[in-house]
Design a protein around this ligand. Structure first.
Ligand code: CTP
Ligand code: MG
Length: 229
């Protein structure tokens, strides 16, 4: 008897306000070419044939989402997000089917390529407890001292930038996120909750153009990367 392949649920935290972007609207709704950042992100996930469902966590004050063309897509569901990114992800995980894989991807990373999703999904064969897209650090790394001067040079050999998507068995991730939050652990990405639970997620090399739009300068870069497709 053949076992059914597990379902893949994309969870998209989109409940932030984008304070570092200093715009008058949340950054996920800033225009990037013909549509907003969030719309680009959702298109990549909704159009991927191995993603069964997309769950978007929205800010409780959000009134913009229903105006997106993607809002009525049959694969898409929304939930109300929380105070921190981890709370928003947890809200999304609550509606994921049991036994599914959660592919968590920042709304603010609109330049994700389907090939990077494929690469991450393929890594499940060797990594049943999950993996993240990441990039080896390129520059020489410095740690500052309290005076803001260089205290030391940090060996970059084993340093990586953690990107998204991050892919984990949904129930395991929900359980560690929940417990870590209850224990007051600082959770900046899904992997850090898994690490806290004793799991060592795998690092899958991702593309450098999968940037997170964080500061005003990032918009032009994201526009360039999208236009080059
Ligand atoms: N996010 C979320 N819920 C929160 C905070 C953040 O869903 N309570 C989401 C953001 O919408 C974003 C992603 O998590 O898609 C990554 O977070 P970040 O880039 O830090 O976005 P913001 O928190 O909105 O930006 P800032 O930190 O500059 O305020
Ligand atoms: Mg933030």
């Amino acid at each position: 008897m053949k076992t059914q392949p597990s379902k893949v649920v994309a969870i998209v935290p989109a409940a932030g306000i984008g304070s570092r972007m200093q715009a008058d609207i949340p950054k996920q709704y800033l225009p990037l070419g013909e549509q907003c950042i969030l719309a680009h992100t959702l298109d990549v996930l909704l159009n991927h044939d191995k993603i069964d469902q997309v769950v978007v966590a929205l800010n409780p004050e959000d009134q913009t989402f229903p105006s997106l063309a993607q809002a009525t897509h049959p694969k898409l569901t929304t939930v109300v997000g929380g105070k921190e990114r981890a709370d928003s992800v947890l809200a999304g995980l609550k509606i994921a089917d049991s036994g599914s894989w959660a592919l968590v991807h920042d709304a603010a990373r609109p330049c994700l390529k389907p090939s990077d999703i494929d690469k991450l999904l393929a890594s499940r064969l060797d990594n049943p407890q999950g993996a993240i897209l990441a990039m080896p650090v390129r520059d020489t790394m410095k740690r500052a001292n309290t005076q803001g001067k260089i205290g030391e040079t940090v060996c970059r050999e084993s340093l990586w930038h953690a990107l998204t998507p991050q892919l984990f068995p949904a129930e395991l991730l929900a359980s560690y996120l929940d417990k870590a939050l209850q224990n007051g652990v600082n959770i900046t990405d899904e992997a850090s909750a898994m690490e806290w639970g004793g799991v060592q997620p795998a690092l899958v090399i991702g593309r450098a153009d999968n940037i997170k739009v964080t500061h005003p300068d990032d918009l032009a870069l994201a526009e360039l990367f999208l236009a080059r497709r």
